[in-house]
Design a protein around this ligand. Structure first.
Ligand code: NAD
Length: 489
């Protein structure tokens, strides 16, 4: 079986690595390809190519740079179904989820096409007589992204289009678990004829990451993945003097008030908790019912969990696919067991799932754990699987106090018909993305993908104006043109 190539300096080329690992379809167990573990030499080749391409790319007017993105958008639209199939095959989610992911990717290309307008500078005339002050935005240099497995198509697009449109050159290291989607997307990037070295793809794992963190030519790094690795990336990149943002893990709560539309709250919470098999950083994993919401919500969510159709994501009618690999399945199952041992009621148990025809698949059915003790480990740990813990509280104040104790702050949602409750929640909940009657509060590309506490290390986020700020550095120029000089003309 062929080992996947890297794309460096406009050429597909083998990694210098001796080691590789199989890329496995989590639903069928079939090996799809081998991914190489690129090392420092491959990263150095990409960094050098990107550094060589930088001066000419930077001088290319922004309105010309975005013409490449317009062409990329057209190609992504034309190949959307094909790319979505690859996402489903290597990542396990359903085809509809994969299509939705690619729509969000394309949306970021569209927003980045506004960079000529978004990256304009500022000027103040006569800050002193005859003295003007100008703010310019210039590219940062060579930028790199280290991506997670759960959105192989979308997450690189939180960065790639903005980095390029702002005049930077770029290196992507996809997750070694799901490298095929970016093989396909880089073939499209090849078709748009960007100058050699402007975009580069390096496959690999930790060794490639460390080489990116340490390479002196790489000036800015964006990372998305688990909090432990995010913290490490943030520290090591910062130690090396790089600009860095690192998005981490999550444990997202939803609060259900008694006045909520219960049918909607159940349906949307089920989609959030079990969609993408719970492998979304915005997946709801804790539901806090308030007062009389308890019984109706609990009954509804247990029915929704038990009736969700689980199977191979390419098949019609399947509502939830596999989790990424056997290690993930056994981790999720052992956390479910831990929850039960800590005193939670196992109302719907998704362990030991076998889907007929897909016996080698790594499936876990939706699971609901009731009455989690607030101090239990399961109430605090990110599970990253289709598992919803339910807790009961007496008031909105109690719910907010409880959710604010979490070390994470990626998302918090509220279901209610009360504007006053919604405002209180929006004001007091300590999370960077808030949903009001929304289960996955994923910001559109023209808003930043926020995240607080251990869900984010850094300052500027991905997407929107934050991305423009991250991928440019400001330069302030103070100029004096004495009045007397103008008399000479
Ligand atoms: P991960 O942290 O295991 O891997 C992410 C990337 O880091 C991969 O490219 C991997 O090769 C690299 N990596 C892994 N371990 C490393 C190490 N020890 N040293 C250096 N590099 C390392 O994450 P994952 O399992 O691919 O993705 C799931 C996680 O990502 C979840 O925690 C999820 O919440 C989080 N996530 C967060 C967001 C967000 O926006 N906050 C979005 C998507 C996923």
């Amino acid at each position: 079986m062929n080992i996947l190539p890297n794309f460096i300096n406009g050429v597909w080329q083998p990694a210098s690595a001796d080691q590789s690992q199989p890329v496995v379809n989590p639903a069928t167990g079939e090996t799809l390809a081998l991914v190489p573990f690129s090392g420092p030499a491959d990263v150095a080749a990409a960094a050098q190519a990107a550094a060589r391409a930088l001066p000419a790319w930077r001088r290319t007017p922004a309105q010309d740079r975005i013409q490449f993105l317009f062409r990329l958008k057209t190609l992504l639209e034309g190949h959307l179904d094909e790319i979505a199939r690859t996402i489903t095959m290597e990542c396990g989610k359903t085809l509809d989820e994969a299509r939705g992911e690619m729509r969000r990717a394309i949306e970021n290309v569209e927003v980045a096409c506004g960079i000529p307008m978004l990256s304009k500078g500022e000027i103040a005339e006569d800050i002193a007589p005859g003295v003007d002050e100008i703010l310019l935005r210039q590219p940062v240099g060579v930028c790199a992204t280290i991506a997670p497995f759960n959105f192989p198509g979308m997450i690189p697009f939180w960065y790639l289009p903005y980095a390029l449109a702002c005049g930077n050159t770029y290196i992507l290291k996809p997750s070694e678990k799901v490298p095929l989607t970016m093989q396909q997307i880089f073939s499209l990037l090849e078709e748009i004829n960007l100058p050699a070295g402007v975009v580069n793809l390096v496959n690999g794992g930790r060794e490639a990451v460390d080489a990116i963190l340490d390479h002196p030519a790489i000036r800015a790094i964006t990372f998305v993945g688990s909090s432990a690795v995010a913290r490490y990336i943030y520290q090591r990149a910062a130690e090396n003097g790089k600009r860095v943002q690192a998005q981490g893990g999550a444990k997202n709560p939803v609060v259900i008030l008694p006045d909520a539309d219960m049918e909607m709250a159940v349906r949307i919470t089920a989609d959030s908790a079990f969609g993408c098999a719970g492998q979304r950083c915005l997946a709801t994993s804790l539901a806090l019912t308030v007062g009389e919401a308890r019984q109706t919500f609990t009954e509804g969510i247990c029915d929704a969990a038990a009736s969700r159709r689980v199977g191979y994501g390419l098949e019609e009618g399947v509502q939830m696919g596999a989790v990424i690999n056997p290690a993930s399945k056994s981790r999720i199952e052992s956390l479910i067991a831990r929850g039960a041992a800590e005193g939670a009621g196992l109302a719907v148990d998704g362990r030991n799932t076998v889907i007929p025809g897909y016996e080698k698949g790594t499936f876990v059915r939706p699971t609901v754990l009731l009455d989690l003790p607030p101090e239990s480990e399961i109430a605090r740990t990110e599970i990253f699987g289709p598992v919803l813990g339910v807790m009961h509280v007496d008031s909105l104040d109690e719910a907010i106090a409880l959710l604010n104790r979490s070390p994470y702050g990626n998302q918090a949602s509220l279901f209610t018909a009360s504007g006053a409750a919604a405002r209180k929640f929006r004001y007091e909940a300590e999370a960077g993305n808030i949903g009001i009657n929304i289960g996955v509060a994923a910001p559109m590309a023209f808003f930043p993908f926020s995240g607080w506490k251990d869900s984010f290390f850094g300052d500027l986020h991905g997407q929107g104006i934050d991305a423009v700020e991250f991928f440019t550095q400001k330069k302030v120029v103070v100029e004096r043109w004495p009045k007397e000089w103008s008399r000479k003309f």
